[in-house]
Design a protein around this ligand. Sequence first.
Ligand SMILES: Nc1nc2c(ncn2[C@@H]2O[C@H](COP(=O)(O)OP(=O)(O)O)[C@@H](O)[C@H]2O)c(=O)[nH]1
Ligand SMILES: [Mg+2]
Length: 454
Amino acid sequence: MFNLLSQKIASLYERITTKRLSASQIDTLLVDIEDGLLQADVPFEVVQDFLSNIRADVIGEAYPKHLNAQQAFVKILNHRLIELLKHDEQGLTLKHHPTKILVAGLQGSGKTTTIAKLALHCAKQKKSVLVVSLDVYRPAAREQLAILAKKVGVEYCGDLTQQDVLVILDEALKRSKFYDILIIDTAGRTQIDAEMMTELKTVAQHAQPHETLYVLDSMAGQESLNVAKKFNETVTISGVIVTKLDSDTRAGAILGLKTLLNLPIKFISMGEQVDIPANFTVFYPERIAQRILGMGDILSLIDQIEQSIDKAKAQKMQESMMQKDAFNFEDMRLQLEQVSQMLSGAGGLKGMMQQIPGMGSLAGHVSENDANKAMKKSIALIDSMTPKERKYPYLLQEGARKARISRGSGLTIADLNHLIKQLKQTSEMLKLVKNKGKMANMMNMLKGKMPFGF
Ligand SMILES: Nc1nc2c(ncn2[C@@H]2O[C@H](COP(=O)(O)OP(=O)(O)O)[C@@H](O)[C@H]2O)c(=O)[nH]1
Ligand SMILES: [Mg+2]
């Protein structure tokens, strides 16, 4: 899947020869990306959104200045692709006992095959699994599941001659008390019909499933999104399993699941064999994005570059704190950057405070917003200073410099004075600690990452 798109992106990558991506350059690239996405069957609306985001990244703040133009191009694309695929909702909720999973979708989409794969996936996590099929309409549909269940070593439940769907379901619900998981297979039609939807709704009301998974055939194209929408209106879908990703199809429709339907993909499935674990895997947006981009080595190179930049910055800060008496605005800028990076990853300020022994109780008293604002203000002020001023804070005794900096940052002289005071306090605190020989201790405690004023 996505082979053509990957090839297209690779050829665009080759065409970037300048050091920097300009806005006009990106416009020509975007035309080709648009082509590639539409050819891959990505829905038009999704493509337009995607392109305008990429464009904004190239001309805006998000441009990765530490990378060359080729790398920046890959990084931006990768980030936006992941964003298209990543949903807050991930994985299965298996906390109930038994956890009831209802599986729905069109006929031939791969429901029965996928259920066997899912059952094996759960069994591998030491869960006992019971499966049942309510497809009483197609001859041998239930036998198919019974045979596949045996193949992957899980129980099949039910009398294969019973024709009443709710009787079969009731029996399965009763027996499921002895299992961790019950997976319910349902009947499908080649296209949606009212009768089938009514039955599905009744089944769902009766079974009260914890997860309702929709099986989406990646070969079905964009129409599959409309069908998913109809299913979602009938029984609330909690996740999607995308099947037949082994086939050479234009699987672009799956890029619309989150944006257009707000549905999370939970698993991807490939191959007809049910007992090969690699044929059924948890969905990782990063991996699919990488498959679309086809630029694994460049992405890991970018990773390495970014890690070494972070390391070098941390090293520099540590050295300057250990060796110099005075703490300057350069150091402060570095710390602020690290703190804000850390905050964005640690569940925000409160999340971070809760992880620090003794600070948990304070977490309730801080305002995330205020802290963010203060941090942004400080950074804006420091960015308006000349390199010399950042290095030698005593220069800021001059009124003209103060006026220029506050103007440049759009803030007031009072804001700047406040920042200077903070710098002095930190500097003094550091000297004090250092003199007492407790630097190592403090560094340990703060791990070089604590913001000022805490
Ligand atoms: N290549 C491929 N074939 C699949 C996959 N999943 C299911 N199939 C095939 O698709 C056909 C329909 O599958 P089935 O599970 O019976 O679909 P159902 O009608 O939704 O229950 C069968 O021939 C399966 O072997 C897959 O991921 N890849
Ligand atoms: Mg079936």
